[in-house]
Every structure is written in structure tokens, then in C-alpha cells.
Design a protein around this ligand. Structure first.
Ligand code: F6R
Length: 254
């Protein structure tokens, strides 16, 4: 049920390049304000351009990651960190290994966690976040079914880090990264909706026509667990950067 709607800052970029640049600038500004910023990081196609610009800005000495701390939002269960489709591999390859983040400040989800011990794992992951003072900025992509992290439809508002069964739509969408759909893991470990909502600020990125419908329902539709991203309407500090295609079904463009 919708109790109240907090205005979200929605930025519509000219194209994907501009979206990526704006996202990178947003992150760099946050680091300039707080050099020991704690970030939650997404993977997938959408943030690739942002990571490219962040690495570029680092190489041009515009940003220093030496005090920044990072957590990844999610990981497939059953993939080693060396597997080319693991999110640990993606983040190392596209970002972590290319900037001056300290090893001790990188906290990646463990895809090889023992699922029978998941609650212990989750407790520890949440405690690590608390120990560094909480997440300052959670950067998110969005699935076509409205998932944020891997919080699939039905995820509870107060859910924390946990193992989740991936939705059929997610398995279908993510099969593009694997040789065969049967290779896509069926389970993942993800920060919860509650973990994400506890962040001081949230930056959500979406690009392409295939995200237009879910962007409309998440931002302008009712808050419902059926569309997990819709809960962001209740967070006080959300910025959304879209390209024109992803924004094409929004009525209200700020
Ligand atoms: C990945 C993640 C997911 C993706 C979402 C969109 O770490 O958290 O929520 O952000 O599935 O993926 P792309 O960007 O590939 O469309």
C-alpha cells in the first residue's frame, strides 16, 4: 500500500554515454565530499559505462579510492570468483583491479557459501556493513521484473542479505551472458531490500527501451512487493539516471 511518495530526483540523459558519465560524476562528487565513502556496487550491462568513466577519472587523478569501501550487491550461488560470469570476476575486471581500492576495503559476496549456513553468512555480511558505518551510496540497476540487487518480486521490505531463488524472467534475461540457459545459476545471494533502504543515498541507473515499462511502474505506480524497485519511492534520497529510452514511459520527468 502507498502511504506517501517522496519526490525522487530523475535525470534523463541524452544517451547511454551521457548516463554513464553522469553516474560516474555523481559517484566522484560523493567521494570528494566523503573520501571514506561506503559504496554498494551493481553488475550487469547498465553500469559498465559508469565503471569505464570511473576508471578514466581515476587515471586522470580526479578521484582517489584509497579510503573508499565497497560491497557488491549480489552474486550467483555456485560460481567461483574466477568464473567469467561471476560478479566478483566482473567487478574485478571492470573496476576494482583498475583503481587504487585497498584489498581490505573490498567486500564481495561469496558465491560458494554453504547454503545450509546461509543465515550465519548473512548475519556476518550485514555486520560487516554495520562495522564500517553503513552504506553511504547504493548504486543499483533494475531488472525487467523490477528486481534491485537480486531481490525478486515478493521480496519483503525489511529483507536483509540472503540466498534467493532467481525468477524465471531473470534466468531468461541473464542467459545472454551464458552459452546455454541451463548454465544460469538458479540461486543467488543478495543484499536485501532492507539493506538497500538503510543506505544513506541510492543511485539507480536504467537504459534501453526494455526498461521503460518497469521504470514507469517502479517510479509512478503503486508501491508493491510485486515490483521491488517501487519501494524506492519511500526512500528520502534517491537519484535515478535514465537514458531517453528508459524514460520514455514516464509521465513526470524532473
Ligand atoms: C546485478 C544486479 C541486478 C541488475 C539488473 C539489471 O548486480 O544487481 O539487479 O542490475 O538485473 O541488469 P542489466 O544492467 O544487465 O540490465
Amino acid at each position: 500500500m502507498l502511504y506517501y511518495r517522496i519526490p525522487m530526483q530523475i535525470i534523463v540523459a541524452r544517451n547511454y554515454e551521457s548516463l554513464s558519465q553522469k553516474a560516474a560524476d555523481f559517484v566522484v562528487s560523493a567521494i570528494l565530499l566523503k573520501p571514506s565513502l561506503v559504496l554498494a556496487l551493481p553488475t550487469g550491462s547498465t553500469p559498465l559505462g559508469m565503471y569505464k568513466f570511473l576508471v578514466e577519472l581515476y587515471n586522470r587523478k580526479k578521484v582517489d579510492f584509497s579510503q573508499v569501501k565497497v560491497f557488491d550487491l549480489d552474486e550467483y550461488c555456485g560460481l567461483t570468483p574466477e568464473h567469467s560470469q561471476s560478479y566478483a570476476f566482473y567487478l574485478r575486471h571492470n573496476f576494482l583491479s583498475q583503481v587504487n581500492l585497498k584489498k581490505e576495503n573490498i567486500h564481495l559476496q561469496d558465491g560458494l557459501l554453504d547454503v545450509s549456513q546461509a543465515s550465519q553468512y548473512s548475519k556476518q555480511f550485514e555486520e560487516t556493513i554495520e562495522e564500517v558505518g553503513g552504506i553511504d551510496l547504493a548504486i543499483l540497476g533494475i531488472g525487467r521484473n523490477g528486481h534491485i540487487g537480486f531481490n525478486e518480486p515478493g521480496s519483503k521490505v525489511d529483507s536483509l542479505t540472503r540466498v534467493i531463488d532467481l525468477d524465471d524472467k531473470t534466468i531468461q534475461d541473464n542467459s545472454r551472458f551464458f552459452e546455454n540457459i541451463s548454465e544460469v545459476p538458479r540461486k543467488a545471494v543478495t543484499m536485501g531490500i532492507g539493506t538497500i533502504l538503510n543506505s544513506q543515498k541510492i543511485l539507480l541507473l536504467a537504459a534501453g527501451k526494455n526498461k521503460a515499462e518497469v521504470i514507469n511502474s517502479s517510479m509512478e505506480g503503486p508501491v508493491t512487493v510485486r515490483v521491488p524497485a517501487s519501494i524506492l519511492q519511500r526512500h528520502p534520497a534517491v537519484t535515478i539516471i535514465l537514458d531517453q529510452d528508459a524514460a520514455s514511459q514516464l509521465k513526470r520527468k524532473e
